[in-house]
Design a protein around this ligand. Structure first.
Ligand code: DGL
Length: 271
């Protein structure tokens, strides 16, 4: 691991770009290699074994690019594959997930409160947030709801539309989320509908997305380990996708500018 090595980031699609963008804003001299596994999205409906297999292949790609850190910018993959990936990668790179920094934040700022959580089926079924909060003896009263149609809707570019308003209304009016004080967006796609979610609750509920806290955790790690990039100026980031999609390209350009170029990189030879 050397300071001038890039930071690898992956997700099933555009969701992780919300994390990548927060990282690029906080750490502007770090070079990023982003992998969007568009051939296999949505991850949220896949088995744990399938997500583990995708994550290992992506880690191989990012390790070949010599990444010093691998950020799992996806809650579904963080819940299904973080422990395995840490074992697999070992000393070759640091692995950071999107769940631990958020658990820490919620435990600190929302003790004794009813907090809601929305995420994919994989994330919600894993119970990972509850488990990690319990491990910390946290007093947060967490209530989780699976909202499986949101990530595909966002990936297809249907945010801020009648469809998204109706779907968000339908999900958020579920009893599970009644009288919450804060809502964890436990899917990295959801910051893209953060304003719509905020509007639904008319500003009465804190909407928590993990991009900032993850960027902060990464910054802290790089500083502690003296691994911050010595480069000056804006680095050229690299964007890889397992399958090319127009919506992925359009979203990448919104976050990182018109010059962005996508490279197709299938995970398996037959794809
Ligand atoms: N953005 C991802 C997450 O945080 C995955 C969504 C999906 O592919 O289902 O869970």
């Amino acid at each position: 691991m050397t300071p001038d090595a890039p930071i690898g980031i992956f997700d099933s699609g555009i969701g992780g770009l919300t994390v990548a963008h927060a990282i690029a804003t906080r750490l502007p001299h770090e070079r990023l290699v982003y992998f969007g596994d568009t051939a296999h999205l949505p991850y949220g409906d896949k088995s744990e074994a399938a997500i583990q297999a995708y994550s290992i292949r992506i880690a191989d790609v990012l390790l070949q690019k010599n990444c010093k850190v691998i950020v799992i910018a996806c809650n579904s993959a963080s819940s299904a594959a973080y422990e395995l990936l840490k074992e697999y990668v070992r000393h070759q790179a640091k692995v950071i997930n999107v769940i631990d920094p958020m658990v820490e934040y919620v435990a600190k700022h929302h003790a004794h409160q009813k907090v809601g959580l929305i995420g994919t089926k994989r994330t919600v079924l894993s119970n990972v947030y509850q488990r990690k909060l319990e491990e910390r003896h946290s007093t947060v009263d967490l209530h989780a709801l699976a909202t499986p149609l949101l990530a595909p809707m966002i990936e297809e570019g249907f945010s801020n539309s009648r469809i998204s308003h109706d779907l968000i209304d339908q999900y958020l009016s579920d009893d599970t989320l009644s009288e919450i004080r804060a809502l964890v967006l436990a899917c990295t796609h959801y910051p893209l509908i953060k304003q719509e979610v905020r509007d639904y609750f008319q500003g009465n509920v804190d909407i928590l997305d993990s991009s900032e806290v993850v960027a902060q955790a990464l910054d802290q790690y790089l500083t502690q380990q003296s691994l911050k990039s010595p480069a000056q100026g804006t680095p050229g980031h690299e964007f890889l996708v397992s399958d090319y999609t127009d919506s992925f390209e359009a979203s990448t350009k919104i976050f990182f500018g018109e010059h962005v170029h996508l490279t197709r990189h299938p995970l398996w030879a037959r794809e």
